[in-house]
Design a protein around this ligand. Structure first.
Ligand code: SF4
Length: 366
């Protein structure tokens, strides 16, 4: 699939008015190097596309014009004020609002993508027809966040890595006003892009979609890159949480879930692991939704592998204790949730220390 996508050129994309307009919403990128007069290598994501003049990378939104790499700039393709629990981050600023934006395009092509209308722009003709965007400046974006009472800015909905120059522009402005930057990412990163965003991004969610190379090939990625990203991000001091959308027949096999939990625990047993329910979407309309019993089984596997914080999402009220945070020291209930709502936060007045036993709870509690 990667090769097939690579062959699509920016000239084909120019057939659509949207693509023509988007080419104007760009500026020269920073996450690339020139290989020669006509050829560049992009390292904004793990594909590391080598792009010849007149062509675009796999994501379709970064392209070589005149021997330089041009990247998306100056717009948002989706904009929403979300609770931070929706990202999901459960160990970072509970109850905070996150002004969340997406751009257009993606470096993977997941057949069950829930944001395919923006992520598959310039690749899927239906998505391209439906896509829309709003021009905005970093100053206006941050003023909007402040007026909305947001504490956090989040690049999400499509893959943030591929538009990292623009995210850094927004987050740099946000930081001047005390706002926290965050990524909701598929984890197809490079060390270079993580170093580039680290000064402005504190929270990093990695979507671990499968533990099988075959699974990642289907999506257009590579397993090892995502596993490496998880470790790189943790080692660089991002606050990392991991999500696995459990899709029946794709990654709900017990051995695969065990491998995922074991890998995460090997990086750190204190990384929260969110197991979320799949609902039919995009090209997987015939696949049934994930039953609660499957997610509860997966959660128990996570705990057996040593993970201290395992959560089950997308099924509010159906998963018992797996929506809440309990102290890994004494088992006390610390944060009580229902779906994305925080009902009680006992860490609010202790800055992240268990009020019953004094254990420091991993996370960023504000
Ligand atoms: S962001 Fe990734 S997919 Fe897009 S051009 Fe760069 S390396 Fe290729």
């Amino acid at each position: 699939m990667a090769e097939e996508l690579r062959r699509l050129s920016i000239r084909e994309a120019q057939q659509t008015p949207l693509a023509r307009v988007l080419q104007e919403m760009t500026r020269e990128g920073e996450l690339y190097r020139r290989l020669d007069e006509h050829k560049v290598e992009c390292f904004a994501c793990g594909h590391r596309c080598v792009i010849f003049e007149g062509l675009s990378g796999i994501c379709r939104v970064r392209f070589n014009r005149g021997g330089r790499l041009y990247v998306p700039w100056g717009y948002v393709g989706a904009l929403q004020l979300d609770p931070i629990e929706k990202k999901p981050f459960f160990h970072a600023y509970p109850g905070a609002r996150a002004l969340s934006f997406g751009m257009l395009g993606c470096d993977l092509a997941c057949p069950y993508c829930q944001n395919w209308r923006i992520s598959q722009t310039l690749r899927d003709p239906v998505a391209t027809r439906l896509a829309d965007f709003t021009p905005i400046t970093p100053e206006a974006f941050v003023q909007l966040a402040l007026r909305s009472g947001a504490r956090v800015l989040t690049s999400t909905y499509n893959e943030p890595l591929i538009t990292s120059e623009w995210a850094v522009a927004l987050f740099r402005e946000g930081r001047r006003h005390g706002l926290v930057g965050s990524y909701v990412s598929n984890g197809n990163a490079t060390p270079e892009v993580l170093d580039y965003i680290r000064p402005y991004v504190d929270l990093y969610k990695v979507d671990l979609k499968s533990m099988r190379e075959k699974g990642y090939r289907l999506l257009g990625g590579r397993l090892q890159t995502v596993l490496d990203t998880l470790r790189w991000a943790h080692d660089r001091g991002f606050w990392v949480e991991v999500v696995t959308l459990v899709v029946p027949g794709f990654n709900d096999d017990e051995a695969e879930l065990r491998d995922a939990a074991s890998y995460i625990a090997g990086v750190s047993p204190f990384i929260p692991w969110h197991l979320t329910a799949f609902h039919s979407d995009y090209r997987m309309l015939d696949t049934p939704s994930t039953p609660a019993a499957t997610l509860l089984r997966a959660a128990r596997i996570g705990q057996e592998q040593g993970l201290r914080y395992v959560y089950v999402g997308n099924l509010p009220g159906q998963v018992g204790r797996y929506e809440n945070t309990y102290c890994h020291g004494c088992g006390a209930l610390l944060v009580e949730r229902r779906g994305f709502r925080v009902l009680r936060n006992r860490l609010a007045s202790t800055a992240g220390t268990c009020p019953d036993c004094g254990t420091r709870i991993p996370g960023v509690w504000g």
